[in-house]
Design a binder for this molecule. Structure first.
Ligand SMILES: [Fe+2]
Ligand SMILES: [Fe+2]
Length: 414
């Protein structure tokens, strides 16, 4: 087996030794062998007229040429939440002073349990021209990027509770980032660095994977650091789901696959997330009314992810060229589901969060249903995944009618 993966991240990584799994599926080998044989036998039949040959990968041009000078981990300052940040009238007391109570509790949280959305209530989502909230306080996340804040029932919440909605969104985003980087992306990046993912790459790409490993570890660190600072500054305790939705979805998708396909699914998920993520990060830094530590952190992340995006767009070409036709078809059929797993919001957790602000279960249902309509979900997924889908399309991954059906089922077909 490939010892390096296990040596660095512990025994649990043995379940993810991609080379071992790809080379010798054990537990369910008979069923898988049958499936693979059937797929390979049907390979030629599946080559429908007009199907393109798999393009050869182009030359690798490293996006990490100036990494030592420009990456966040090497050059960006630590982003710190300042005294003047955050909602007016809620100075930083520190967690020991607040006993960990949410700021809403300190600020008269009972307000939040009263009727919401009534006539004459102030619009807590109102913004000054500079993007700050009422009273000129900088916000912890731009409301326009938190879809529920458009709903009248949320805008009618007391201002302190509305601010908490934004802070909880920031916590969720940071938690998502930490788990994505540590638990998923860096496992794959480690495998590329050590040559154990079953995809041959030139040495320069392996060295660049070492750099990405540092980047992602730092992204997890600065996310955890920022969350801790925001908690100290606001006293708002994070209310997070047990695990981010994408991890649960990824586990479910993986569990439904034969063991030999699971490493490929994880590899594809990383390619998908790394080519989607920079699109999803691009919107935040321009918001003037947001706490600078938040915009600075997200800007740092977006700059690094621009390099990762270019790397994984190229890595995908190499992966595709090296897959057997049966594996390629199986991979293509996984892509829409994996994109959906990354992009779909966790509406179940959202409903639980909203009832925590004093909304009734019916109101929480109403907000979730009215904000996340199928049209909204689809247009967001289409916009965010446009470039990533283009990479797969150019490789012929979407030539298969079954893949197009899957894309349509997840609202990803234009
Ligand atoms: Fe990252
Ligand atoms: Fe990345």
């Amino acid at each position: 087996m490939c010892g390096t993966v296990g040596m660095f991240v512990g025994c649990s990584a043995l379940s993810y030794c991609p080379r071992r799994l790809l080379a010798g599926p054990a537990a369910d080998s008979e069923r898988e062998a049958g499936e693979d044989a059937a797929e390979d036998a049907g390979r030629d039949a599946a080559r429908t007229p007009g199907r393109r040959p798999v393009p050869e990968p182009g030359e690798y041009r490293s996006p990490f040429q100036s990494w030592y000078e420009r990456s966040s981990v090497r050059s960006a300052p630590r982003r710190t939440v300042g005294d003047g940040d955050g909602a007016a009238g809620t100075p930083a007391d520190g967690p020991e002073d607040t006993g960990g109570a949410p700021r809403g509790a300190r600020a008269g949280r009972a307000d939040a349990t009263g009727p919401v959305g009534g006539a004459g209530q102030a619009d807590a989502g109102a913004e000054a021209e500079d993007g700050t909230g009422p009273g000129g306080a900088r916000r912890f996340f731009p409301p326009e990027l938190v879809p529920v804040t458009r709903h009248p029932l949320i805008r009618a919440l007391p201002a302190t509770v509305f601010d908490e909605v934004l802070v909880q969104h920031l916590y969720r985003y940071l938690d998502f980032t930490i788990k994505l980087e540590h638990l998923v992306v860096n496992r794959t990046v480690l495998g590329i660095a050590h040559g154990s993912v079953g995809v041959a790459v030139p040495e320069e790409m392996r060295l660049d994977a070492y750099k990405m490993y540092c980047d992602e570890a730092y992204h997890a660190l600065f996310s955890a650091d920022l969350a801790a600072q925001v908690r100290q500054a606001t006293g708002i305790v994070p209310r997070l789901p047990g695990e981010p939705f994408f991890l649960r979805r990824l586990r479910e998708i993986s569990a439904g696959l034969p063991a030999s396909r699971r490493p490929l699914a994880e590899l594809l998920f990383v390619i998908v997330s790394e080519t989607l993520i920079s699109a999803s990060l691009a919107d935040v830094p321009g918001h003037e009314g947001v706490v600078p530590a938040v915009t600075g952190t997200i800007r740092d992340h977006a700059l690094d992810e621009g390099r990762h995006h270019a790397y994984f767009a190229h890595f995908l070409q190499r992966l595709w060229a090296q897959l057997e036709p049966g594996e390629r078809r199986a991979a293509a059929r996984l892509v829409p589901r994996l994109m959906d797993a990354f992009l779909r919001p966790d509406t179940e957790a959202l409903r639980a969060e909203l009832t925590g602000y004093g909304l009734t279960r019916d109101s929480a249902e109403q907000v979730a249903a009215e904000v996340y309509t199928p049209e909204v979900l689809s247009s967001h997924a289409l916009a965010t995944s446009r470039q990533a889908r283009r990479y797969f399309r150019e490789l012929g991954a979407f030539d298969d009618a079954q893949v197009r059906d899957e894309l349509a089922a997840y609202g990803l077909l234009e």
